[in-house]
Each structure stands twice: as structure tokens, then as C-alpha cells.
Write a protein that binds this ligand. Structure first.
Ligand code: FES
Length: 391
């Protein structure tokens, strides 16, 4: 079945916003050569979603629609499903699938974290983090911003947190800044949780600059919107995989402190802590057996170091290949793959560890994946030439 992906942006009259969206589309396309992509807008800028879907429906049988929206507001929940309802009637042959909004995703949290790390003057111990969202009439979308903001604060190691919205709902940015001023914070780090530069991002930046000029005793720093980043590509790919029934992560814990390095919490990931978590998790779930759900006890847990050194030698490709292979053979509930931060074997990598066996492999290659699955995971036959250590 020929497969096409449509990325649906909101649309803007602002040339800067539209240019950033198109630049990001180019980046996304370049990461997946051979796949068919189109883009569309809901309003304000052509091409509009209807005309793009009509064109694709003539040529493709499997069409995935990705609302490029950070939070699940009315456009995602109402407008796109309504459009599709009509298209499914007009074009019964293609399969139309819509993804969720991007929501809470580790790659996006990490992207903001990297922006924060580029602000050395920010004293995370004494400054207040102010996260600003666009605001919606949907409490689900507004509430998700609170969750995202809390994860951002904890991953940045900041203990004072405020949340504000640009419009539609409360608290608005202006009133929040005035209230903050009365608390006399030492400094404010403002994070506008927006996709691209444009009218909203400029308005927020201007309000914050004016506030700092009126309150020169308060230090301030803001970061930009997410912008053209591969993190956005990664989040979109995960939402597509979920919508197509092939989630890239077996467990619904994409921002879990044990799974992904989240700024100040990254010591929690990988190595011994990850092992202890897995063993405890397995043991505690034995009590409730038999049960079949996403947390069913696994037989083995494969840790793939995807930190800098291992990643430069292809560790991410290995992790993806391993997950793909397990899914294809329907083994992914028995054998879980987790990407970890540095396992302390830099220079010997890519490093892969299998638990509860305690077998660590070094210089692991993508070509070793079939043998790891068929021999070690399923038959307990170790790949002797790759063994680094046995714990
Ligand atoms: S980067 Fe993989 S072991 Fe250090």
C-alpha cells in the first residue's frame, strides 16, 4: 500500500512563521528520503487541508494526517476529524489515520532543556521558571501544559514554577508577570512553549522585555520557541508509529525519568538504577499474574547505550533495528529494549547489556541484531565474540 504523510500546520499570516514551518518540513523530509510527505494548513495560508487530502486520496491507499500541534485543542479534536469524516465518505478506498497532538514528549522536553543550558546566567536554584502556552478553550490542552511545565521544571532543577497563557484562558501572561513582580523573584526564565517564531512568540517576547524594563531589579532571560529542530521530527515519528499501531516504545513512559535523560534527573537513567528499576518492576508485577497489558513482566531487558560515543558509532540505529526486529517477530512484549545514557564503557561501544543475565557486549553492530534475538534472547546462547563482561 502506498503510504503518504500529511503534516497539518495551523497556518499564519506571518511570513516568518510560515518560513520556519517550511524549513522544518525540509528537515523532516531530508531525514526520511523515499517517504512521501505533503503539508497543509487549517487556515490562513494555502495549501489548505481539503485540497491536499483530495490530491493524495487519488494516489495513495494509506494516508496519515499529523496535526502539528503541541497540545490537543479544538483543531485536533474537532476540525480535522470533521474534515476526515467527509473525506472518508467521498473516498472509501484509502485508509485515513490521524495522530494525536504532540503532547508530552521526551524529545521536546530535552530540546527546551538544551535551550535552557545555553543560558549560563540563569541560576536554577533561585530563579523562577515561567512557562507560557498559547491557551485554549479545552481544559485538556490547558492541563497538559501544566504537566509539561512541571516536567520541564524538574528536569531543569528549578523549584519555582509559574504557568501562564497568551490568550483565551487564565492566568494570562500580563497578570502572572504582575503577580510575580510582587514576589520579588531574583530572576525569571521565560519559556514560551510554542512551535515556531511568529506573531505569538514576538508578542510574548515584547511583553517580557517591557516587564524587565519596568522592573530592573529582576533579572530575566527567555528562550525562543522550539523552532526548526530534529526533536520535533522525533516526536512526530512517535505519534505516527502510535497511530499506525506500531509504537516505537513498548511502555507508555516516554518522559519517564528512568528511560530518558531529563536534565537534572539524568542520573536516574541507565546502568544500575535502570536494572534495579527493571528487577523491582518485574518482581512486583509477578504478584498480579496472570495479566496481559503493557506492563506484563518481560523475559529479558536489553539496554542500548545511545549516549554520545556509542551513538556516533550507530547505537541509535542498533536500538531501532532491535525494536523493529522484535516487533516483527511479535516478541516485543517478552523482550524490551531501552536506550540509556552512558554505561561507562566509552571507546568500547556501541555498548549493549542484557538483563537479568548481566551480559555486556562491546563493539556491538547492527548486523549482530538477528543473532542477539535468535540466539541470546530466545535460546540463551551468548554472542561470545562480542562479550565485554559478565556480571
Ligand atoms: S557512550 Fe556508550 S558507554 Fe559511554
Amino acid at each position: 500500500m502506498s503510504f503518504a504523510t500529511v503534516i497539518v500546520g495551523h497556518g499564519s499570516r506571518d511570513a516568518e512563521a510560515e518560513a520556519a514551518f517550511l524549513q522544518w518540513m525540509d528537515l523532516y523530509r531530508s531525514l526520511h528520503p523515499g517517504r512521501i510527505f505533503a503539508h497543509a494548513f487549517l487556515e490562513l495560508s494555502p495549501p489548505f487541508i481539503g485540497e491536499v487530502l483530495r490530491q493524495l486520496a487519488e494516489e495513495h491507499e494509506d494516508i496519515v494526517i499529523v496535526p502539528l500541534s503541541l497540545l490537543p485543542a479544538a483543531h485536533v479534536k474537532n476540525d480535522i476529524p470533521l474534515t476526515l469524516h467527509e473525506f472518508r465518505r467521498q473516498f472509501p478506498r484509502p485508509r485515513f489515520t490521524v495522530t494525536q497532538a504532540l503532547g508530552l514528549h521526551a524529545a521536546l522536553i530535552q530540546a527546551v532543556q538544551r535551550q535552557v543550558e545555553r543560558c549560563p546566567q540563569v541560576d536554577v536554584a533561585s530563579w523562577t521558571l515561567l512557562v507560557v502556552g498559547r491557551g485554549a478553550s479545552d481544559p485538556d490542552a490547558n492541563g497538559q501544559l501544566y504537566q509539561i511545565a512541571r516536567v520541564l521544571a524538574e528536569s531543569a532543577g528549578m523549584k519555582q514554577l509559574e504557568i501562564a497563557y497568551i490568550g483565551i484562558t487564565w492566568p494570562r501572561l500580563g497578570e502572572t508577570l504582575q503577580r510575580l513582580a510582587r514576589l520579588r523573584p531574583q530572576g525569571i526564565l521565560m519559556v514560551p512553549y510554542l512551535l515556531f517564531p511568529g506573531v505569538l512568540a514576538n508578542r510574548v517576547a515584547q511583553m517580557f522585555d517591557a516587564f524587565l524594563q519596568q522592573h530592573p531589579w529582576i533579572q530575566g532571560q527567555s528562550v525562543g520557541p522550539l523552532g526548526v529542530t530534529t526533536a520535533l521530527c522525533e516526536a512526530v515519528e512517535d505519534r505516527i508509529a502510535e497511530a499506525r499501531g506500531t509504537p516505537r516504545l513498548a511502555l507508555p513512559c516516554v518522559s519517564c525519568q528512568y528511560r530518558v535523560p531529563l536534565g537534572a534527573l539524568q542520573d536516574q537513567v541507565g546502568g544500575l538504577r535502570s536494572l534495579l528499576w527493571s528487577v523491582r518492576h518485574q518482581a512486583t508485577h509477578q504478584q498480579g499474574k496472570p495479566h496481559q497489558h503493557a506492563h506484563a513482566a518481560m523475559k529479558k531487558h536489553v539496554l542500548v547505550c545511545t549516549n554520545y560515543d556509542c551513538n556516533s558509532k550507530g547505537a541509535t540505529v542498533i536500538a531501532e533495528e532491535l525494536q523493529r526486529s522484535l516487533r516483527k517477530q511479535r516478541l516485543h512484549r517478552d523482550y524490551r529494549v531501552t536506550r540509556t545514557s552512558c554505561l561507562g564503557r566509552c571507546g568500547e561501544g556501541p555498548t549493549v547489556a542484557v538483563y537479568p543475565d548481566g551480559i555486556w557486549y562491546r563493539n556491538f553492530q547492527k548486523e549482530d541484531v538477528p543473532a542477539l534475538v535468535a540466539q541470546h534472547l530466545q535460546r540463551d546462547q551468548l554472542l561470545s565474540e562480542r562479550i565485554d563482561s559478565i556480571l
